[in-house]
Write a protein that binds this ligand. Sequence first.
Ligand code: 5GP
Length: 176
Amino acid sequence: MELYTPEALITEDEISLRIQALGNAITKDFEDEDLVVICVLKGAFVFCSDLIKKINRPISLEFISLSSYGDSTNSSGNVRLEMDITANIEGKNVLIVEDIVDTGLTIKTLMDIMAVRKPKTVKLASLLFKPVKLKHPVKIDYLGFEIEDKFVIGYGLDYAGRYRELPYIGILNAGN
Ligand code: 5GP
């Protein structure tokens, strides 16, 4: 089978520089505070693991899993909670770490789920933002990169379960 190398949109070096800047900003904003970081599986796991290494605060890490896309490149319009966090976040500072905000439905649903649990604060870090299809406005407190409306893969993001291991963000080429 021929090895397919997707075209790079954002390189490893660009990602690493941006994550350092986000980590610095988060460290500054949470001076003297602890943080519960919630990594949204599966897509955000690479971003989250690099980001927490750049946050110089005491962190406890939680994982949550929601599904909206299935194996397609278009949103189904449904979001299902597949796996919940295990910690009680009442009175805590929460940082949600997401891979990409597209229509905003996934993150809006997640914010609603978190809000009823009465955290002290909830902030959002997203590696990517595609403003073109945004239907559910959300405030991204820490954004990696704004991108055009292309289906991206790599650095944790998949297409039908593939390409998560790519060290950079690439564009899925139809036909591959
Ligand atoms: P939203 O609910 O904002 O429409 O979609 C968010 C979710 O859709 C993301 O967490 C991600 O799983 C998936 N998604 C949206 N755009 C892309 C994309 O360009 N590439 C990949 N791999 N997933 C995407």
